[in-house]
Design a protein around this ligand. Structure first.
Ligand code: C5P
Length: 417
């Protein structure tokens, strides 16, 4: 079993300058490491007044770099090596002073020197008093850094340490981690020119004009997959059951209600689909007939029998097609998760199936988090409990690996298992 995190293997140089938001850097470092990143810390001397180097060393697991001319650093990683080591330099908090010094191109202490020497992208997360942020000099400095290609993340608005309320707060830790994850997704463009169709949400099976049969699916996992796949470069079509979620940017959303409509919309996408992800909780059965008028209570009759007929198995139809795309199903189970998932993988002719135990409170259906075990014919991958966007990223990494394995293997090209 292997676990892939969104930032596995990514090297992040966190540059901390002297603002009160520096106190958040211990948590930021932990959260980046949780996502698989290796984090090294550079601190200005003012930063050390707000958070101790010992704390940052303990959470990062590396000695802190803070001195340009420190002879000890020569036996470890010198400033040029550090500058080359990073995949991303993240300056958080970036004070007005640091921003001004970056703009001027100063190299009189370690952090600004590193920023001049690094070939890697630099993300600047401004954090300062709102008046300082709005000052013409700071605004001009930030726009010059942006023109030079630096990423400007923030600031956020809200109450400040000095009591003012306005723009100048460092972005929250979760926002910064999410920006870093997105940054690497976009960078990699793993799915450039790949068409991905995703089904999401529940279906509604009408009984009469005012009633339907449905389930608790929120659609959040499918929407997270659509958002992340698009950020990874894919052309994404999202066939969605009725859910009140916002369509992710640049995603082509097709709204449907019933399983029959979802079936039709999915088959219509087959000719333009390289990867099909069936994340929808499709109703297995629908009422045999839809009453044209609202059904009335029958006086004196306490039982009511409803005749249901089976819906088409959308993903199985897609996966059995002669021009089948790479097919990924979901198995939401309440018992024997692995057994049912493996059975569906085979029976529906899928390439991968992502299984989760929806009986566990706080994961899966209608929750913000999820955990998955992903089965291929020969492998198992574990994705541990995390927010659905993080899980989506990890699942798409697995899909990318497996899709490429099939793609580069001629006897498997376009064939079923
Ligand atoms: O409902 P079941 O557990 O069989 O769902 C497994 C997979 O099959 C899911 O990916 C789901 O989206 C898909 N499915 C489908 N059409 C159905 C039933 C399920 O595409 N009628």
């Amino acid at each position: 079993m292997s676990v892939i995190y969104p930032l596995t293997g990514k090297k992040i140089l966190l540059g901390i300058s002297g603002g009160i938001a520096a106190y958040k850097c211990a948590e930021l470092t932990r959260r980046l490491k949780d996502q698989g990143a290796d984090v090294r810390i550079v601190m200005t001397s003012a930063a050390k007044e707000f958070i101790t180097p010992l704390t940052m060393q303990a959470v990062s697991g590396h000695a802190i770099a803070d001195d340009l001319l420190d002879p000890r650093a020569k036996s470890g990683m010198g400033h040029i090596e550090l500058a080359k080591w990073a995949d991303l330099v993240l300056l958080a908090p970036a004070t007005a002073n640091l921003i001004a010094r970056l703009r001027a191109g100063l190299a009189d202490e370690l952090l600004t020197t590193l920023c001049l020497a690094t070939p890697s992208p630099i993300a600047v997360s401004p954090a300062m008093n709102m008046e300082m942020y709005q000052a013409a000099a700071t605004q001009e400095n930030i726009s010059v850094l942006a023109q030079r290609g630096m990423l400007i993340w923030g600031p956020g608005k809200g109450p400040q340490a000095c009591g003012d309320i306005g723009p100048g707060r460092m972005l929250e830790t979760s926002e910064l981690v999410s920006n870093v994850v997105d940054f690497f997704n976009i960078q990699q463009s793993l799915f450039a020119n790949v068409n991905i169709t995703i089904t999401a949400g529940p279906t509604q099976e009408a009984l009469d004009p005012v009633r339907y049969i449905s389930n608790y699916s929120s659609g959040k996992m499918g929407f997270a997959l659509a958002e992340v796949a698009q950020k990874m470069g894919a052309n994404v079509s999202l066939i969605s059951g009725p859910v009140p979620l916002q369509t992710p940017a640049h995603v082509n959303r097709i709204n449907v209600k019933s399983a029959l409509e979802m079936h039709q919309a999915s088959l219509a996408k087959l000719a333009y689909c390289d990867i099909f992800i069936g994340c929808a909780a499709v109703a297995d059965y629908r009422p045999e007939a839809v009453a044209p008028q609202k059904m009335k209570k029958q006086q004196g009759i306490d039982n009511f029998t409803l005749k249901l007929v089976k819906n088409p198995d959308i993903i199985a139809h897609v996966a059995m097609d002669i021009n089948r795309p790479f097919c990924v199903g979901f198995a939401a189970e309440t018992e024997d998760v692995a057994g049912y998932a493996r059975d569906k993988l085979k029976r529906k002719n899928l390439d991968l199936i992502a299984a989760n135990n929806v009986a566990i409170v706080g994961q899966g259906f209608n929750s913000e988090q999820n955990a998955l075990t992903v089965f291929s014919a020969s492998d198992i991958f574990d994705i541990s409990l995390a927010d659905k966007k993080t899980v989506a990223y990890q699942l798409l990494e697995i899909i990318y690996q497996q899709y490429n394995l099939l793609d580069t293997c001629p006897q498997n090209n376009g064939s079923s298992q």
